[in-house]
Each structure stands twice: as C-alpha cells, then as structure tokens.
Design a protein around this ligand. Sequence first.
Ligand code: DGL
Length: 301
Amino acid sequence: MESQALQSNPSDGTVFDNRPIGVFDSGYGGLTVARALQRRLPEESIVYFGDSARCPYGPRDQAEVDRFVQQICSWLTERDVKMIVIACNTATAAGLVHAQQVFEVPVVGVVEPGARAAAHTTRNRRVGVIATKGTVDSNAYADAIRHIDAGITVFSTATPRFVEIAEMGLRMSEGPIEDFMAEATKVYIRPEFEDIARQYLEPLRRCEIDTLVLGCTHYPLLKALIGGVVGRPVTLVSSADETARDVDHILTRRGAHAEPGHVPTASFFTTGADTEEFRRFGGRVLSRPMDVVEHVDLPAV
Ligand code: DGL
C-alpha cells in the first residue's frame, strides 16, 4: 500500500496526513469512541477493528489481552494507520504501555482520558468506577485518577454482566419490544437488567459518590439504565469525548491532521463470523450506517 504520510501543501507549507486512524475494541463498545472521533474530526478516515470472536476481554488474563493488543496493533500498522486508539479499557489496562513501546505510531488508550474527565468533574472528590474485572483488577483507573488528584477517593466495582447486557440489548432492541428501548442508548432494557444494575450500583451509591466513570466502552450504551439506577446527583462520565480531544491535540502537535476538505473513509473489520450482524448493530452504535464490514481471521496467540 502506498503511504500517504505527511504531504505538504506547497502554497503555505502546512503539513497534513490523510492516512486513517486505527481504532479497536473487543466488539461494539469501541464504536462509542469511533463515533466521538467522527464527530470531532469529520475529515479523518478510520479503520475500525472489532475482535468479536474473542469478546469479552474482561474476564481474561492480562497477559493474554496484552498479546491480543500486540496482534491487533500489528494488523492495524500493516494498514498504514497514522495512530492507534485502543478503544477498550480492558485492553488499555493490559497492553497500552507495551504497545507504546513497540509501535512507532502514537498509541492512545481510554483510561487516562476517562480518569481526567472524572477528576475534573467531581466536587466532593468521591468517584465511582464501574468496569470489567480485568480493568478493576489492574487498578488502572484508581491510579490514573489519583495521579491527577491524590485527594480523590476512588470506589471501583467490576460490573462484568453489563458487557453482556449491552451486546444482548443491541440484539433485542428491534421488533415488538421497541417500546422498551431507551432511546438515548439504543439498547433495549429488560426489567431484570435493572435488578442486575441495582445490585451492582447500590453499594456505590452508599459511598456517596458524585461522579461515576463508565470505565468500559460498552457502558455508554447503557447510560439510561445506569443513570436511572444511580440517580440524579451522580454525574456519569465516559472516555469517548475526552479521547477524541486527545487525538485531536496529538494530530495538531504532529501536524498530522487530514488535509482540509479530505473526504474520509471508514472501514470496519470483525473477527466475528457474522459480518452482517456487526454491520447492523454497529451502525446503531455509531449512529450512521456502516457500508461494508469485512471478516478477518487472526491466528490464535
Ligand atoms: N469494551 C471493553 C472495555 O472497554 C470491554 C468489553 C469486554 O469485556 O470485552 O473494557
């Protein structure tokens, strides 16, 4: 593939880079970050990789997820991406540092942006974090939040079933049950999902948090459910917008934005067998249609 890196505009000497940004997650969750990127940086092309065949990452061993991160970053760099966004908290916690050490392009994760959003939002300096088991066990959020403000108390809880509920809710939100759909989240919420959410979130409510980090990129899909259970005084924060801002700043500093007027492309790949399903559900998360989704086989690591 011919590289389009760092071309300069002869009229004013500005530098631009039309290569795509690589974005990946274990499935649909990272599309919440891709959506924020497309909104903030509408001229940037995106290559999105959803590792649906190996979803969920949350219960897996950190070393295994780190190997997935290395493998997917290699796959993306072969597609000549100019930077990589690890749009998965579990993968960020397990593999961001290693990926930054190995790959030449900038690699950003979603934990630090989410931590920053929380630290800047809380007033009573009591922050809750809900995430997968892998992310909570890594302590990545608590470390990142306290790195910004050591006076913040962080209460973390693993809420692994939320990934399953988000993916299941996407599948269920068509047809006659449409009435129950939480419009803002595009995910169907069953009454028993509320019971599960209450069990997970009640202990955090008792800790008198005023800010709750949705520390998994799937969870913004459940914002209506989670917000309904934790109640009004708690502000929900997620990484997507803050990560898109970081990407914007990095591209600015490196002179690596796409050329003004560049018509972006968006390509989607999944390791899952059902590309049509990924296209349908993914388009709902992205809030715009996906034209084509291609299947990718990655060797076992
Ligand atoms: N979306 C991923 C995250 O942000 C987790 C989903 C999974 O467990 O695979 O952590």
